[in-house]
Write a protein of this length. Sequence first.
Length: 268
Amino acid sequence: MTAHVALKTKSVEKVWGKDILPAPFLAPEGQRIGEIWFEPAPPCADLLAKYLFTSEKLSVQVHPSDAQAPEGLSGKEECWLVLDADPGATLAIGFRQPLGPDAIRAAALDGSIEQLLEWHPAKRGDFFYLPAGTVHAIGPGLSLVEIQQNSDITYRLFDYGRPRQLHLDAAIAVAQGARHPADLRRTIDMTRSAQLVSGSHFRLDLLAGPPDQTMLARFGGPVLVMPLSGEVTVADECIAAGECAAITALASAGFSSQGLTLIAQSLR
């Protein structure tokens, strides 16, 4: 197996996307790009990494767990790291008060679900982990990284009147009408290394500079490397900020002394 696989990028148009993207990305003329995907590939095919750029609110939505997903597909647990945020930008995660399935359905149908969600102020360095079943939405004015299980199953509950399909029955069947646990969100120092996720599906760290021996030991085996600044070098090839690669071993890579890199590993 080669030491690394540079992942192909995929620009995804979204009604809520942006026509002007932060460097190093460019939106094609006349297109509103909402997501930049790094198409999964071995040895890290179970993980999907992407950037999100928002100019409008995303739909109110929810994702199933592995047990709830259609046969042969995985569920979707995900996390967000905010890279940039306009003043007043917010994210909705979970409900302000517990709701049962009938109340969630009624609120989705009359549009009041938006007001029942708990909207969190967002700024650079804010980190959120979303277990499957968490009802959520993302507001405008945000640039963030999303690391998730490699699944594209999304059930929309409410979409602000946009002419897109809703999935009420499927969404109600998997939605948790609960508050988002406070220990699944925090603000991190974007100049220092930090452990972000150590869950049942994947682990994720923010790495400032090169890894120490503790990190090398924790991330034995294949990993995704996603430079946010600086660059990562594998087998004399450079992986720059705005790119992502799957590598066979963290120890095989060289890291910029002042770089900032996300390191992700599937645990499945």
